[in-house]
Design a protein around this ligand. Structure first.
Ligand SMILES: Cc1cc2nc3c(=O)[nH]c(=O)nc-3n(C[C@H](O)[C@H](O)[C@H](O)COP(=O)(O)OP(=O)(O)OC[C@H]3O[C@@H](n4cnc5c(N)ncnc54)[C@H](O)[C@@H]3O)c2cc1C
Length: 562
């Protein structure tokens, strides 16, 4: 089947839906398809808890938000993009307010803001601790009002069609029939989210497998800064469910087995509200040095909210209370929550400029799938949902202008080759894709976690190469046509193996410690040699790397203290 539209947006999370609305507002003449492997309100963005950063009050300023972001990023962010981002953000909050997002309010009716790690002003706008849920529902409802947006829910992208450095569309499996569909388009926006399921202990939904990144990479589009992966300080044990940073924003403490607020030793000014890389490393150090609390699931740190009182916890953190009771049997009103650092965010992504343009004509990327880059080596909490809104809009507008300027539809000859590639997985194979995924997660958790060194990374690279070989013998025995999750899982694991290789070799090459990438064998930041972005290009033998400069506008790198 062939479906033709002016613009195809892949991904219906915050970034994809914001892009669709923006494109639809540029012109009613444009036909826009939004394709997603999950139903839109089941996208991963719905899990966002703590809030969305924006300058909304006297006393705060764009320069302060930009400075916090650049310093948090350990100076790897592109400062022109950051300056643009912070200026655009307040408008997005007001737009969502206008479209019905139920932001939490102050007593006098203003939009409330809470403290968040690394932000030196209380600038995180929120809707209790269900911010993403409300943002997604607001955008979804708004999106339904544009007749020129057509949803293709439960379609799984398998490939990008690019010829002569110009995008022509995508291929996707319609999940209810397993039929391969060609979506032809003048412009394509990738908004497929991050790649968090590379790790085993993670806050990510099971669907976040980096598909868009891998598809773009295989099609020749470079991936940027993939070695930078964020570990959030507070994952509930044993599940990894996020205990939002808002727990600490609302006044929660981190305690070791001696009952000490140990952050005093690591970040005396910001304490529990230092950026995530700093807090996660401090917690891991406490655990490694024997000051964690004991549990059958390993050592942990206590997140203490008991002093906040039941009323505040119920008003500001109802989801956290509910999740802690249901998934750990702990009521945060009565006792501390058991937590440890957890894989949480993909700082890297598809290489774009600050207009979300990739090096391929007509191809854009936004949200967690893209790397503009405003997060550099370490994202500040509440800057990601914000990024999805600002750069989702930018991508939608740019793609719309590009599609309007193009008089012809690119045409694609045949689907045959892609059909052959996908359906060849219906074969007998000795290897279990589930086993490969388990082993991949294990090596990532062991060797590319918070503290890395050459030997560990080399072990991971060796293992990933072995898994890639074994993957060639994977077979999908279920030949069912409807919602064949064995087939899509096998494709997802193939994507993840390619991405893991990029993360690992990028981490091996970067011989310094910056933001979330900490090398115990190179513990210092090295601006002379490494103040640069990594670009990884696909080759059949493995990734090829290039490096490009970071854009500095106002803020020269300085030592990062909190
Ligand atoms: C638990 C948790 C809490 C968080 N809380 C916050 C917070 O409070 N504040 C903040 O700023 N950030 C937060 N983040 C980060 C933030 O939620 C995400 O970075 C952001 O929501 C990503 O949005 P997105 O639109 O880029 O992607 P997603 O929301 O992940 O959407 C991706 C879309 O792409 C689709 N897709 C993927 N692959 C394919 C494919 N092969 N074919 C077709 N469709 C595909 C999916 O179905 C989905 O529709 C949190 C993250 C986690 C894990």
């Amino acid at each position: 089947m062939r479906i033709r539209n002016d613009i195809v947006i892949v991904g219906a999370g915050l970034a994809g839906m914001r892009a669709a609305i923006a494109a639809a507002e540029v012109s009613k003449q444009l036909s826009i398809a939004i394709v997603s492997k999950t139903y839109p309100i089941r996208c991963h963005s719905v899990c966002a808890e703590g809030g969305t950063a924006a300058v909304m009050r006297e006393g705060d300023s764009f320069d302060l938000h930009a400075w916090d972001t650049v310093k948090g990023a350990d100076f790897l962010a592109d400062q022109d993009a950051v300056e643009f981002f912070v200026k655009e953000m307040p408008r997005e909050i007001l737009l969502l307010d206008n479209w019905g997002c139920p932001w939490s309010r102050t007593e006098d009716g203003k939009i409330a803001q809470r403290p968040f790690g690394g932000h030196s002003f209380n600038r995180t706008v929120f809707a209790a601790d269900r911010t993403g849920f409300h943002e997604v529902h607001t955008l979804y409802e708004r999106m339904l009002s544009y007749p020129n947006i057509t949803r293709f829910d439960e379609y799984f992208m398998t490939n990008l069609v690019i010829e002569n450095n110009e995008v022509k569309g995508i291929t996707a499996i319609e999940l209810k029939s397993s039929e391969l569909v060609l979506f032809e388009a003048k412009a394509v926006i990738i908004a497929t989210g991050g790649a968090g399921r590379l790790f085993g202990f993670t806050t990510y939904s099971h669907t976040v497998t980096g598909d868009g990144l891998a598809v773009a990479y295989r099609a020749g589009v470079p991936l940027k800064d993939m070695e930078f992966f964020q570990f959030h300080p507070t994952g509930l044990i044993p599940s990894g469910i996020l205990m939002t940073e808002a727990c600490r924003g609302e006044g929660g403490y981190l305690l070791n087995s001696k009952g000490e607020r140990f952050m005093e030793r690591y970040a005396p000014e910001r304490m529990e509200l230092a950026p995530r890389d700093v807090v996660a490393r401090s917690m891991w150090t406490e655990i490694l040095e024997g000051r964690g609390l004991k549990s059958p699931y390993g050592d942990y740190i206590a997140l203490d909210l008991t002093h906040l009182g039941e009323e505040k916890i119920n008003e500001r953190l109802p989801l956290i209370r509910d999740a802690a009771i249901k998934f750990a049997g702990v009521d945060p009103v009565e006792e501390p929550i058991p937590v440890k650092p957890v894989a949480h965010y993909t700082m890297g992504g598809i290489h774009t400029n600050m207009y979300c343009e990739t090096p391929v004509r007509g191809l854009y990327a936004a949200g967690e799938a893209g790397c503009v880059s405003i997060h550099g080596a370490n994202r500040l909490g509440s800057n990601s949902t914000a990024e999805c809104l600002v750069f989702g809009r930018v991508a939608g507008e740019r793609a719309a202008e590009y599609a309007l300027s193009k008089s012809y539809y690119p045409s694609v000859d045949s689907l045959e080759e892609e059909e052959k590639r996908i359906y060849s997985l219906f074969r007998e194979g000795d290897e279990s894709v589930y086993q490969i995924k388990t082993e991949l997660n294990k090596t990532m958790d062991e060797n590319l976690w918070i503290f890395r060194d050459e030997q560990g990374i080399m072990n991971a690279i060796k293992k990933i190469k072995e898994l890639k070989e074994r993957y060639k013998n994977v077979g999908v025995s279920d030949r069912g046509k409807s919602f064949n999750t064995d087939l899509t899982y096998a494709i997802e694991v193939g994507y993840m193996l390619d991405l893991a290789e990029v993360v690992a070799i990028g981490a091996l090459n970067r011989k310094e410690s910056r933001g979330a990438h900490f090398r115990t064998d190179y513990p210092k930041r090295d601006d002379e040699n490494w103040l640069k972005h990594t670009l990884a290009y696909y080759t059949p033998e493995g990734p090829k790397f290039e490096y490009i400069p970071v854009t500095i506008t106002k803020w020269e790198p300085v030592e990062r203290k909190y």
